[in-house]
Design a protein around this ligand. Structure first.
Ligand code: NDP
Length: 434
C-alpha cells in the first residue's frame, strides 16, 4: 500500500492473489528467497503518454494514454486497451496484474499487460474516434510489436477501434505486421470466433461448473450485466444452451424481459445504432426499464454473469442473489465482484467462477489469432470454437486440481490463482533475477 498509494483497484487485485497464495509459500518457501511476489507486483515497465486530438469543431483535446507491460516471463505482453473516462494508473495496473495469471491459465505462451486511455468514446463521431486512435497509436507503436507486446480490445475498444489502431501502426512502422494487435476483423488477419470468445468462454466455464453438480444450463434463468462485447455473446451462448436470459444493462440502467431478451434488438441498438439500452423497451413494450445498473442483481435468477465492469456486484447484491436462490456466478468482466461479495457466494455454497478463469476465453483466442497470423493460415470458426471449449475445460480442471492440491477443494478463486501463478513463478526462477 505504501508503494502504490491511492491505487485501490490495484491493491484489491493484489490482496486477492496474496490471500490465495499462502499455502503455496508454506509448501515452497524458495519462492520467498527468489522474491517472486515482490517482483511480480512491480510492473516490468509502465508507459504513460499524452494523446492530443482534434474534435469535429476544430477544438484540441488532450487525454492520457497508458500501457503497463507487467510480466514477460512466459511470452510477449498481452492484454487489452480500455477507453473509458475512469481509466487511470490503478485501473490499468489491476487489469495488467490479473492478466499475468489469466494468460498463464490459458496454457498459451503469453505474458501480462494492459493499457488504455481516459478518453470517453460515447457521443463521439467516427472521425473523432479515428483521429483519437491515430494519435494514441502514434506513441504506442514505439513500444509494441508482434513479439514484444500485443494489445487487443476491452471496454470502449472493439473492432472499429482496433481497425483504426492497426491502420496507424502499419503507417508508422511501414510494414504489415498482422500479429501486433488481436481482435482485428477477419478480412485483415482477425480470427473467427474472437468476437464471441469471451462471452462464449464464460458460458462454457459455467457449463463445466454445473457439470460438476450433474447439472446444465437447460431451463435456467440467467441475468447478464452489461450489453457490450462480453455480455452479448454470453447471452447468445446461454440462450443457445437452453437458458432464458431475462436481463441485461448499460451504465445507466437495466432492462428486464421475462420472456427472454431479444438479442437481435440488443445487438442492433448497441453495435449499429450505438444507443442506450433503454431504447429496447420502445420495441418490446412488455419489457421493463429501470434506472441504476446495480439493481439488476435484485432480479431472481439461477445463474448470474457480471459482464460489465469492476466492483459492479457488492456484498449486498450478493446476499440478494443468494436469498433469491442463485446457483452459480461466473465473472465475464474483470474483478466485477468485490472481495466481500465473493465471500458471500463462497460461504453460501454458490458455484463461483472467478474472472481470471471464467473470462480467459477471449485472450486464449487472441493467442490463437497470433498463431494464425504467424503461420499465415486462417482457421474455420468451428475449429477455433472447439479449441476454445477445450481450453475452458482445461482451465476449469486445472483450477479444481490446484485447489485440491493446496487444501482448498472447490475454491476456484484459490485454484485459478495458484494454477496461474505456478507457471509464471517457475519461469521467473529459471530465468534468474531480472
Ligand atoms: P464493452 O465496452 O463492449 O461493454 C461494456 C459494457 O459494460 C457496456 O454495456 C457498458 O455500458 C458497461 N459498463 C462499462 N463501464 C461501466 C461502469 N463503470 N458502470 C456500469 N456499466 C459499465 O466492453 P467489454 O464487453 O469488452 O468488457 C466488459 C468487461 O469484460 C470488462 O471488465 C473487461 O475488462 C472484461 N473483459 C473483456 C474481454 C474482451 O474480450 N472484450 C476479455 C476479458 C475480460 P455503457 O455502454 O453505458 O458504457
Amino acid at each position: 500500500k505504501e508503494r502504490n498509494p491511492n491505487e485501490e483497484e490495484f491493491q484489491q487485485a493484489v490482496k486477492e492473489i496474496l490471500d490465495s497464495l499462502v499455502p503455496v509459500f508454506e509448501k515452497e518457501p524458495s519462492y520467498i528467497d527468489h522474491a517472486i511476489l515482490e517482483r511480480m507486483i512491480e510492473p516490468e515497465r509502465i508507459i504513460s503518454f499524452r494523446v492530443p486530438w482534434v474534435d469535429d469543431s476544430g477544438k484540441v483535446h488532450v487525454n492520457r494514454g497508458f500501457r503497463v507491460q507487467f510480466n514477460s516471463a512466459i511470452g510477449p505482453y498481452k492484454g487489452g486497451l480500455r477507453f473509458h473516462p475512469s481509466v487511470n494508473a490503478s485501473i490499468v495496473k489491476f487489469l495488467g496484474f490479473e492478466q499475468i495469471f489469466k494468460n498463464s491459465l490459458t496454457g498459451q505462451p503469453i505474458g501480462g499487460g494492459k493499457g488504455g486511455s481516459d478518453f470517453e468514446p460515447k457521443g463521439k463521431s467516427d472521425n473523432e474516434i479515428m483521429r483519437f486512435c491515430q494519435s494514441f497509436m502514434s506513441e504506442l507503436s514505439k513500444h509494441i510489436g508482434p513479439d514484444t507486446d500485443v494489445p487487443a480490445g476491452d471496454i470502449g475498444v472493439g473492432a472499429r477501434e482496433i481497425g483504426y489502431l492497426f491502420g496507424q501502426y502499419k503507417k508508422m512502422r511501414g510494414g504489415y505486421e498482422a500479429g501486433v494487435l488481436t481482435g482485428k476483423k477477419p478480412d485483415f488477419g482477425g480470427s473467427l470466433a474472437r468476437t464471441e470468445a469471451t462471452g462464449y468462454g464464460t458460458v462454457y466455464f459455467v457449463q463445466e461448473m454445473l457439470k460438476g453438480k450433474q447439472d446444465d444450463l437447460n431451463g435456467k434463468t440467467v441475468v447478464v450485466s452489461g450489453s457490450g462485447n462480453v455480455s452479448t455473446y454470453a447471452i447468445e451462448k446461454a440462450t443457445e444452451l437452453g437458458a432464458t436470459v431475462v436481463a441485461c444493462s448499460d451504465s445507466n440502467g437495466y432492462i428486464y424481459d421475462k420472456e427472454g431478451i431479444n438479442l437481435d434488438t440488443v445487438k442492433r441498438l448497441k453495435e449499429v445504432e450505438r444507443k442506450r439500452i433503454k431504447a429496447y423497451t420502445e420495441e418490446h413494450p412488455n419489457a421493463e426499464y429501470h434506472e441504476g445498473f446495480e439493481n439488476i442483481w435484485t432480479i431472481p435468477c439461477d445463474i448470474a454473469l457480471p459482464c460489465a465492469t469492476q466492483n459492479e456486484l457488492n456484498a449486498e447484491s450478493a446476499q440478494t442473489l443468494v436469498k433469491n436462490g442463485v446457483k452459480a456466478v461466473a465473472e465475464g468482466a474483470n474483478m466485477p465482484s468485490t472481495l466481500d461479495a465473493i465471500n458471500v457466494f463462497q460461504t453460501n455454497d454458490v458455484l463461483f467462477g472467478p474472472a481470471k478463469a471464467a473470462n480467459a476465453g477471449g485472450v486464449a483466442v487472441s493467442a490463437l489469432e497470433m498463431a494464425q497470423n504467424s503461420s499465415r493460415i486462417a482457421w474455420k470458426f468451428e475449429e477455433v470454437d472447439a479449441k476454445l471449449q477445450e481450453i475452458m475445460k482445461d482451465i476449469y480442471n486445472n483450477s479444481v486440481k490446484a485447489a485440491e492440491d493446496y487444501g482448498k477443494p472447490g475454491n476456484l478463486v484459490v485454484g485459478a490463482n495458484i494454477a496461474g501463478f505456478l507457471k509464471v513463478a517457475n519461469a521467473m526462477v529459471d530465468q534468474g533475477v531480472i
